[in-house]
Structures are given as C-alpha cells and as structure tokens.
Design a protein around this ligand. Structure first.
Ligand code: 9WO
Length: 245
C-alpha cells in the first residue's frame, strides 16, 4: 500500500477528493492509504494558536515552528523512510518524471502551508524537498498536495483500470497529447478525421504522432527543444508545419 501523510490545517478538504474515481477505488482496495496531521492538535494554549506575525513586519501571518514541526514529526514516526515535501511557489517545478519517481517509493509526507508561509526553520530542519505545481499563488498548499497525490496514484500498479493507459499518456514521450474523438461521427458540421475511421493502425499511429508533434510545436515549443526527435518524427513535424495556413 502506498501511504500519503498530509500535514494540514484543513483536513476536511480531502475526503471528497479521495472518495471519487480511481483514487476512491484504490483506497477501498487498500492500494492507497491516507492520513492527515493537523498542527492545531499540537498546540498548548487555549486558543490553539498556529500562526503569528512575521519578524521584520509586513502583511499577514506565518505558520509557527512548534505546532507544524510536531505534526510533521508525528507523520515521520509512522513513515520514517518517506520523503517530506513542502508545496510552495518557491519549489522545483513538478513534472511527470518527478511523479514517476515518487510513485516508485512507498509513500510521501506532504506539508501544506497557509497564510503567508511557514517559518523557514521548519524547511531547514524537516523538509527534504520543495515542489511547485505552477507559477501562481494560491491560498494554501492543499490543492497542490491533491495534484501530487492524483498524479502519483494513477501511476501505481493496479490503480488505473487498464495497465497501459498511463504509459500512453501525454508527456510520456515528452510531447503533448494528440486529439481524441468518439461517437457520433459528425457534430455541428465537424466530422472525425477520416484516417481514424480507416482501421489502418499503422497510419493512425503516424497521424497521432504527427498531431502530437504539431500541437507541441504550436503550444509548447519549450518541450520540443528538450527532445531528440527521430528522423521519422522530424519528417512528420515538417509535414505538419507545411500543412499549416
Ligand atoms: C502570500 C502572500 C501574501 C502577500 C505577499 C506575499 C505572499 N506570498 C504568499 C504565499 O506564497 N502564500 C503561500 C500560500 C504560502 C505557502 C502556502 N500557500 C501556497 C502554496 N500558495 N500557493 C502554493 C503553491 C504550492 C505549490 N505550487 C503552486 C502554488
């Protein structure tokens, strides 16, 4: 069983996420485990204070060291070998490759910040890695933690219905996905590309590769620059570009 431990002031955000879809199935089948750890339970004052004003002044509040550190320590006791990751805009950009690496471990401890952030000394003492899910600021790390859990869960053996689906994803070969179609054959004057109805799997495969290359070239040229395209792929992309108006 792959174990997620999440340190959060808002554990209520998680159950509905875990009840739905392939993740819900995986929890029921005991392929996945989820526990939450609330820093508020590690306070001693009557108000259960978890935040305080930032040294040096400025707006907002900062999560205090002690309650957060104790919550993380409790999670680490249950899962001593698991990496502790902190989700923040200052982290390394999350990628499919990083998710694949996490999916090969036995679990993960995720720390969700709130307010303007957490006391830096928690990061120094207890966090192994800092990851970002994109260049924007949210109100907390809980949704980014769900993003990571979703991306990891679907890579675990037996979690997706058909095993090879995750391997055929976009990004597996570093490209964006090709377009998909299902019935009916025509909607609002748009018909399904004839090649997909041909039954010729070789031709379909080539068409899909060409579309994936073309979309990536148009929308994410930065991804193409990282790849070493085969000569077949180069030809397909040249054809795609030539067909543009
Ligand atoms: C809030 C803020 C307010 C005024 C000036 C600067 C400020 N920075 C922040 C801020 O970064 N707040 C974070 C809220 C603190 C850590 C938890 N929060 C968070 C995590 N927002 N966005 C993320 C996140 C995590 C991973 N990937 C993308 C975004």
């Amino acid at each position: 069983m792959y174990q997620f431990d999440v340190v959060t002031l808002f554990p209520q955000l998680f159950p509905s996420f875990f009840e739905c879809g392939v993740i819900g199935r995986a929890i029921k089948d005991k392929r996945l485990g989820f526990r939450s750890w609330n820093p508020r339970h590690y306070t001693n004052d009557v108000h259960h204070t978890v935040d305080d004003r930032p040294y040096g002044g400025g707006p907002g509040m900062v999560m205090m060291y002690e309650p957060l550190a104790q919550a993380i320590q409790s999670a680490k006791k249950q899962q001593p070998k698991a990496k502790v990751v902190y989700l923040s805009p200052q982290g390394k950009p999350l990628s499919q490759l990083a998710l694949e690496r996490f999916s090969k471990e036995s679990g993960l401890i995720m720390v969700c910040g709130r307010y303007e952030g957490i006391d830096e000394r928690v990061i120094n003492d207890l966090v192994d890695e800092e990851w970002s899910v994109g260049d924007y600021v949210l109100s907390g790390g809980e949704i980014p933690a769900m993003v990571m859990m979703d991306g990891i869960s679907r890579l675990l053996p037996g979690v997706l219905g058909h095993e090879d689906s995750a391997e055929q994803d976009s990004f597996v070969d570093g490209l964006l996905d090709y377009p998909h179609y299902t019935r009916p054959e025509a909607v609002a004057e748009q018909s399904v590309p004839a090649v997909l109805l041909s039954g010729n799997h070789e031709v379909i495969k080539k068409w899909r590769m060409k579309q994936a290359l073309g979309k990536t070239w148009q929308i994410r040229p930065d991804l193409l620059e990282k790849l070493d395209l085969s000569s077949v792929q180069k030809t397909l992309l040249e054809e795609y570009i030539a067909e543009q108006d």
